[in-house]
Design a protein around this ligand. Structure first.
Ligand code: ATP
Ligand code: MG
Length: 139
């Protein structure tokens, strides 16, 4: 059975453009409950670790630079079928390919600066949530 937790980041392009409030509204309207949330900044080391799976990809350096270019909002979200439903809500990685009404279609500027992150599995949702929040913060 699918889990009920996912993890998101509102990425630097979206926080810089002032979209944070609108994106959080859309997440709540879509039935997600916010279990933990913080406005923070990633160090190069943290961003590199978070996206370590992409280390061999050609865009890894660009991705780390971009993710450390400004503040991000990290959050743990709860809903039935959270991972899949949230990926549907954010849309495809490339905003030009994202469906109408999705967060990336509405707020992202490019495949790199694509407004939001969403976990891709129940296992990664837990790992990523623990990367930012202590157990006490999302108990
Ligand atoms: P995320 O993991 O951030 O939710 P995703 O799962 O849709 O995004 P991934 O394949 O995991 O996509 O890529 C991670 C991130 O790396 C993307 O969100 C984007 O910011 C960046 N990225 C992916 N592909 C490219 C690319 N071709 N060029 C530049 N940046 C890219
Ligand atoms: Mg991903």
């Amino acid at each position: 059975m699918a889990g009920n937790v996912t993890f998101t980041m509102i990425k630097p392009d979206a926080t810089a453009a002032g979209h944070t409030g609108k994106i959080i509204d859309k997440i709540i309207e879509s039935g997600f409950t916010i279990k933990a949330m913080k406005l923070t900044r990633l160090s190069k080391e943290e961003a590199g670790k978070f996206y370590e799976v992409h280390k061999e990809r050609p865009f890894y350096g660009e991705l780390v630079d971009y993710m450390t270019s400004g503040p991000i909002v990290a959050a743990i979200l709860v809903k039935d079928n959270a991972v899949e439903d949230f990926r549907t809500l954010i849309g495809a990685t490339d905003p030009q390919k994202a469906a109408e009404g999705t967060i990336r279609r509405m707020f992202a500027t490019s495949i790199a600066a694509n407004a939001v992150h969403g976990s891709d599995s129940d296992e990664n949702a837990l790992i990523e949530g623990a990367f930012y929040f202590s157990t006490r913060e999302h108990a």
